[in-house]
Design a binder for this molecule. Structure first.
Ligand SMILES: [Zn+2]
Length: 88
């Protein structure tokens, strides 16, 4: 499991060739989004995408994860239980 922190601010533009962040995420992770990816959260509705940074990495790589409405504005550090998708 990766520990991450949300990078708040405006979302970048969806990469060319993809209709949405959901489309991009599912193509890259090769499976459907089943719900919030925060560890111990099992909510599967009101899912939105956020940009996070992995706390085990010392670089500028950013990742995309789906989170539920309760969690997508949090500013704490948390574990992700499922896949992260690297931003282009
Ligand atoms: Zn959640």
């Amino acid at each position: 499991m990766y520990k991450v922190k949300i990078i708040h601010g405006s979302m970048p533009k969806v990469p060319h060739g993809y209709g949405s962040w959901l489309h991009y995420f599912e193509e890259k992770s090769v499976r459907p989004v089943m719900g919030c990816h925060r560890s111990l959260c099992y909510i599967d509705y009101n899912i939105d995408f956020v940009i996070v940074k992995r706390l085990d990495e010392n670089n500028d790589s950013l990742y995309l994860i789906p989170l539920c409405k309760n969690h997508h504005s949090s500013s704490d550090e948390f574990y992700v239980k499922d896949s992260l998708v690297k931003l282009p």
